[in-house]
Structure formats: structure tokens, C-alpha cells
Design a protein around this ligand. Structure first.
Ligand code: IVH
Length: 730
């Protein structure tokens, strides 16, 4: 979060101190209690703010600052294990540029002509452990603890089927997990991709010879047993097993875990190992501590060696000799990570050569030779500068927060919705509060909750205004509704929103007509209702007299308005802005009614019987058309020559998507409406939410969480746009 200039030194010192306390509180819940109350992303965001403040004001750094420490001290219930080599943490990069900056920083410490190789590995979100093997036998397992001293959890780790008790695992004695590709693998497309499966020794002669040279074994014998070996990796819980475990926990009346990472951590740190044994835990090795009896020269060689010994190693690891290629792979992997059956919060990019790693060393808690390239987080923390109220096209007054700008999912967010009065009141969100904001998929950013511990006393509670902020008319809150409305049907702010919506891409799609023109034309009185858009041609002279409106611009605008008269019936229905009637519902309506007139005359009961409509939408439609003002707008639109009839389209009786129901989520390469039309032309159906009857979820960029999660629960197959097109072709 950025700090504004007007903050005084004292404010900053107080903020720094408050942040430290808050971070400690959450770190304790996370590391010690395995029961966090805020997301990792929100936590990271607080740490980042503290780091930024400490970088700007180094005099404020204290030795006990959470930025100076890794993890948490070990619990007393367990024996302590001192790590022979500290288990470090990683510095983060939140975008490609920060990865390049990391390369630049380390470049200054290395000879100019050095050519680096990089490994890219998934950053698995679980619990870091160190496994010690003596003469090939598993003798001790420890948690990371504070990086220097961990907890002895040997008996618990012994219960994990994916952790070998003896290495190399003799052939034929691997457990199912060890024989598979890593511990709990992927699902969906990734798993079947050619070349993605666990490579057989003969398929990778170059790697194998490297490994043999260090382990002095042979293909037949396998790698030789190291005298001493410490393997480091992550214990984690596969997502599907985590869900099943939580269901069981709830059935038994026991608390559910916040996320798979906490479930894994809580399961390993059990005093009774029979509880751990019941928990579906897996393991992935990502590195080594001290070793004797083998010589390993780099990260890639090490991971291949560990795999040969019988440890599960992530199959998505790659080696690159160009940073840009590594970044490209990392970005692609991060984008696809939601298809996996385990949590990963990014990738780790490491300098491959151990010699160069040693030369680079570490600074603070983190090695210089590695960087965690974090997935863009959907949540962050920032401060509320002001709370305002927006007027929607139906007169609904929606409160929003003006925020100090913050990056969320790779986008700068400076406003977020606060939904309604009750939402603010229930969460007690105040001006000046530090809040957690979320931007999930294509949804508008929202303020989730305030971090009350960070309050200074200067925060101001919000009073919902008694009048519309745009026209000053009385605001009303109908009984049983959460929303306040502006009672003025002629409120200019409402009209501006209606015009904006009418001309938008998903509706009448009038090119060159946007938010600014809508506001301008309403303000100067050119437009009194949406139908007046089609009378702009009569006001050519007035338009030409306005600043910034030359002959050409006016001509283009009027042509675009004229062209929009031919839009289809479903777009017109969308454009009217009836509550609950978006593109999909309009499409359904346009299939059942051949003109706007027949729709206007439909009864509420008749409408409610149409599949995909239901009573709420039916009521909203009849209510809309019962208003004289709206009837008049429709009459004016017709008089202006706007198409109000359904064009005869060849109806598809049988197509490649016949009988299939689709739900679309996220941004695709073309507007949602076009995708819908395409699916329908091919015989398929599109609905708004996933149910047991959905055949496929089509996923675009930034998919919405609800559809995705529901599809996962139903086991609905997920496809991307290319696969959809292939289905249509095939
Ligand atoms: S390397 C000194 N590689 O991330 C290098 N860590 O934030 C530190 N993690 O404590 C570890 N996947 O628990 C490394 N492929 C990976 C990892 C990984 C997950 C965890 C690990 C570590 C934490 C650092």
C-alpha cells in the first residue's frame, strides 16, 4: 500500500508498530494454531506494506520485526531439532518485471559474462519439512519451525505413504504414491499431455548420465545409497482429499480446516500419529540440506536424483538457459495452476548451479539465488479514503469505497463496492479503515472486511445519506429490501446510467458512444430518455455547436446510431435495462417472443413458466412494462425505426452441440453474447449457473469463483474456448 504524503512521522511510526502487532497476531494463528483468520494474500499484503515502510524509514526497523524472521518458534510439545543448515524463506516477485529486477540485482554480484541456467518449479503451499536419511534409512523428520530450530515430527511423517522409509526404494517395493508421478498428481488436461508423464530412465539419457556420474550407480543397480542425506520438501493435502476431510470433520461435529495448507500443517503437528496416519497427506521434494557420499552440482540434477531415489518430485519442473523463457513458462504455469489438484501460490525460480548459488549466498532470511514468482493474489489490504454512493440505472444507491490504490490480481484497484447499507453496518467498515479487498475473476472489486486491530481512533463510521447524492431527492429504503433508492424517476444520474447501458457493447453496441457522451447529452438536455438517442439526427446543428464535435465526429456518431437500429431483438431487450434481465435471459426471451410487443403483453405466470426465467425475473419484466414511461420509450423506439421484431433465423434442429448445456465463465476472445449465440447455433444451450444438468463449463480468463467451484463439486468437465470450437467443428 502506498503512504500518502500528508502522513506525519508519528503516524508512520504508529502505523509501523500497529502493522507489526497485527502481523504477529496473524503469524501466530497461522504457524502455531494452524487456524488463520485472514487469507495468505491479505497477510502478504500487510507484510509488504511493513516492508515498504521499513525500506523508506530504516530507522523504524526493530530486531524483532516480523520482517526479520521466518515462521514461528517450535511448539513445546515436540522435541526440538536444530537444522544443520537453516531452512530459509524466499523473497517474492509479484510480476515479471520484479523477476527481471531480481536477475539484475544478482547480476551485479557475478562476473559480467556469466551465463545462468534457471530451474522453474511449482511453489507448493503446504508445510516445509526436512527428512534425514542415514545410510539410506529415514531417521528423522522435522518441521521448518523458525528456520533454525524445528519440531521433531518423525513418527508422524513415517505414516505418509509418499515418504520413503529407505532409499533408493528397491524396485517393486514402492508404494502406490511413489510409483505414480510424484505424490498426488494433477487432473484434467495436464495429466494426459504427452511428454508430461514421469520420464522413464531410457527416455532421458542426458539427465540419467549426469545422475549416474554423481551417484556412481548403474541403470540396473539404480543410484547408490548416500551415506547421509537431508531431503527438503513440502507436505501438502490434495484439494479433493481436503474437501472430503472437511466434510467428514463437519459430520463428526469437529471444526473444518480453513484451507488445504492448514489441514496439512495441523495434521503433521499432531501428538497422536494415528491421527496423522488417517489424514490424506502427500509430499513433494524440492531440495536438499547437507549430503554426504554423493556429489550434486545443481538443482535440476538434484531433483532428478531425488526422483531416482524414489522421492516424489513435481513433474512440472523445467530448466531454462534464458530468463525470459523461464518467465514465460512460469506465467503460463501460474495461469493453469487452478486445474491442479494441489494448492500452489506461484513458482520458484532458482539459479541452477550450486557453485553460483554459493557465490550468491543469502541476505536476511532469503537466498539471493532464488525468487518466488507469486501468482497474482485476489486479495490485498489497503485503506479507505472515503465512502461514496453511486446511483444506478434503476435508482438503486450503491455505496462504494474510494481506496488508496492497490494491486489486486495484477490490476490497480482504487474503488470497490460496499454493496449496501447492511453490508457496511454488519462489518463496521469505516472511512480510514485498513480493509481487505478482493477481486475475484471478472467480478467488481469488493471490500471484504476491516482489520479493526489497525484502527487509530480517527476512523469515521458511515451514515447512509438521506438524499440522492445526484439530484438531492429523498432516498427511500423499501421494507424488506437491503437497498436504498432515489425516489426521483427523473433523476439525471439514473438516466445517464440507463443511456450508458443502452449503448454498451453487450446491448445496442453504438460505437463511439460511452460514459462521457451519455453524461454530456443528459446534462445539456439532448437526451431525456434512451429513445432520444434516435432523435440526435434532428439535433445535428446543436451537436455541431458543441465543443469537440466537428463534422466528422458528428457524422460518425449519427451513422453508428443509425446502424444500431438493426440490432437483434435480444439486444434490444438487454438494452432496456430491466432488472435481472441480462444477455442470457434476453436471449431466452427472444426465443419465446417474436417481438417486443408480444413480450410486453406476456403475463407474469406465462413468463415464470419459461425455463431459465422463474418468478423473480417474471415479476421484474411485467413490473417494467407496466410503467407508462417505459411503454412510451418502447413506442418512441419503434417510431424511430428501431427493430423490435425477432429476425427469422434458421433454427437448428440438430448440431454438434445438440442436447448439451454450457455455462461460460471468465473473459473469452469475443463478447459473451457472441459465444452464446455460437453455442446456440450449434444446437447447444447456455445457462447462467452451474447445476447437475450442466454438461460443460467453458473457462476464459479470470473465471468466476462460484461457477468454477460448483463445477468442481459436480465434477462438471471444464473446457477452454479452443476446445469448445473443436467440439463445434467435430
Ligand atoms: S526452495 C532457500 N522450492 O516456500 C529456498 N521452496 O517461501 C527455500 N516451497 O519454506 C525453499 N515449494 O516451504 C522451495 N519448489 C519449492 C517450494 C518451496 C514450496 C515453500 C517452502 C519454503 C517456502 C518459502
Amino acid at each position: 500500500m502506498t503512504t500518502t504524503r500528508e502522513h506525519t512521522q508519528q503516524d508512520i511510526a504508529e502505523r509501523t508498530q500497529n502493522l507489526r502487532n497485527e502481523i504477529r497476531r496473524h503469524a501466530y494463528r497461522y504457524h502455531v494454531l494452524d487456524d488463520p483468520v485472514i487469507s495468505d494474500a491479505a497477510y502478504d499484503s500487510l507484510v509488504r506494506e511493513l516492508e515498504a515502510l521499513e525500506a523508506q524509514y530504516p530507522e523504524l526497523i526493530t530486531p524483532d520485526s516480523p520482517t526479520q524472521r521466518v515462521g514461528a518458534p517450535p511448539l513445546d510439545q515436540f522435541e526440538r531439532v536444530e537444522h544443520p543448515q537453516p531452512m530459509l524463506s524466499l523473497d517474492n516477485a509479484f510480476d515479471a518485471e520484479e523477476v527481471r529486477e531480481w536477475r539484475h540485482r544478482i547480476g551485479r554480484l557475478l562476473p559480467e559474462d556469466v551465463e545462468l541456467e534457471y530451474t522453474v518449479e511449482p511453489k507448493i503451499d503446504g508445510l516445509a519439512v526436512a527428512l534425514t536419511y542415514e545410510a539410506g534409512v529415514f531417521v528423522r523428520g522435522a518441521t521448518r519451525g523458525d528456520g533454525y530450530v524445528g519440531e521433531d515430527v518423525t513418527v508422524n511423517l513415517r505414516t505418509l505413504p509418499s515418504i520413503p522409509l529407505r532409499v533408493p526404494i528397491p524396485r517393486g517395493e514402492e508404494t502406490k504414491e511413489q510409483r505414480g508421478r510424484g505424490a498426488e498428481g494433477q487432473r484434467g488436461r495436464g495429466a494426459e499431455e504427452p511428454g508430461e508423464a514421469r520420464p522413464s530412465p531410457s527416455a532421458r539419457p542426458a539427465v540419467l548420465s549426469a545422475v549416474l556420474s554423481v551417484s556412481k550407480g548403474s541403470i540396473e543397480e539404480g543410484p547408490r545409497t548416500p551415506a547421509r542425506l537431508e531431503v527438503r520438501g513440502e507436505v501438502y493435502m490434495p484439494i479433493d482429499r481436503f474437501r472430503a476431510l472437511n466434510r467428514r470433520q463437519e459430520e463428526r461435529g469437529e471444526g473444518a480446516f480453513a484451507n488445504p495448507r492448514n489441514a496439512a500443517a495441523g495434521s503433521v503437528r499432531q501428538l497422536d500419529s494415528s491421527v496423522t496416519a488417517e489424514r490424506p497427506l502427500s509430499f513433494w521434494a524440492y531440495g536438499i540440506g547437507p549430503v554426504e557420499g554423493v556429489e550434486l552440482r545443481g538443482q535440476r540434477e538434484t531433483l532428478d536424483y531425488l526422483e531416482l531415489l524414489g522421492f516424489p518430485v513435481n513433474p512440472d519442473r523445467r530448466l531454462f538457459d534464458e530468463l525470459e523463457a523461464a518467465i514465460q513458462y512460469a506465467e503460463g504455469w501460474i495461469e493453469r495452476r487452478s486445474e491442479l489438484n494441489y494448492l500452489a501460490d506461484g513458482v520458484v525460480i532458482k539459479v541452477n548451479s550450486f557453485a553460483i548459488q554459493e557465490e550468491l549466498g543469502s541476505v536476511g532470511n532469503a537466498p539471493r539465488w532464488a525468487i518466488a514468482f507469486k501468482a497474482p493474489s485476489e486479495e490485498a489490504t489497503t485503506r479507505v479514503r472515503e465512502i461514496g454512493v453511486n446511483v444506478g440505472r434503476t435508482g438503486v444507491l450503491t455505496p462504494y469505497a474510494l481506496l488508496e490504490p492497490v494491486q489486486v490480481s495484477g490490476v490497480t484497484v482504487s474503488t470497490a463496492t460496499l454493496h449496501n447499507e447492511d453490508y457496511i453496518r454488519e462489518r463496521d467498515i469505516r472511512t480510514g479503515d485498513t480493509v481487505v479487498v478482493k477481486r475475484a475473476g471478472d467480478v467488481i472489486p469488493q471490500v471484504l472486511y476491516p482489520l479493526k486491530e489497525l484502527r487509530t481512533g480517527d476512523e469515521k463510521p458511515f451514515e447512509f445519506p438521506a438524499a440522492c447524492p445526484a439530484c438531492g431527492e429523498r432516498a427511500v429504503r423499501p421494507e424488506g429490501e437491503a437497498a436504498w433508492y432515489c425516489a426521483n424517476a427523473a433523476c439525471p444520474a439514473q438516466l445517464i446510467r440507463r443511456v450508458e447501458h443502452f449503448v454498451s457493447r453487450g446491448a445496442m453496441d453504438i460505437e463511439g458512444f460511452g460514459e462521457k457522451l451519455a453524461a454530456l447529452f443528459v446534462q445539456v438536455g439532448l437526451i431525456g430518455d434512451v429513445a432520444d438517442i434516435y432523435r440526435l439526427g434532428d439535433k445535428r446543428e446543436q451537436l455541431l455547436s458543441m465543443e469537440g464535435f466537428g463534422e466528422k465526429r458528428v457524422q460518425n456518431l449519427l451513422e453508428a446510431v443509425q446502424a444500431s437500429k438493426e440490432r437483434s431483438l435480444d439486444r434490444l431487450v438487454t438494452a432496456l435495462g430491466i432488472r435481472h434481465v441480462g444477455g442470457i435471459v434476453s436471449g431466452t426471451l427472444a426465443q419465446h417472443f417474436d417481438s417486443i410487443d408480444t413480450l410486453m403483453n406476456a403475463s407474469e405466470e406465462g413468463l415464470a413458466q419459461i425455463e431459465g426465467i422463474g418468478p423473480v425475473i417474471a415479476c421484474s419484466i411485467t413490473e417494467f412494462f407496466s410503467r407508462e414511461h417505459n411503454q412510451q420509450v418502447v413506442r418512441k423506439l419503434k417510431a424511430a425505426g428501431v427493430n423490435t421484431e425477432r429476425q427469422a433465423e434458421p433454427t437448428v434442429t440438430a448440431g454438434p452441440l445438440d442436447g448439451l448445456t454450457f455455462v461460460v465463465t471468465g473473459t473469452l476472445s469475443r463478447p459473451r453474447r457472441e459465444i452464446t449465440a455460437l453455442i446456440e447455433r450449434n444446437g447447444g444451450r447456455v445457462t447462467g449457473s452451474v447445476s447437475g444438468n450442466t454438461h460443460y463449463l467453458v473457462i476464459g480468463e479470470n473465471p468466476g469463483g462460484t461457477k468454477y467451484n460448483t463445477a468442481q463439486e459436480f465434477g462438471t468437465p471444464m473446457i477452454d474456448e479452443d476446445e469448445l470450437l473443436e467440439m463445434m467443428e467435430g
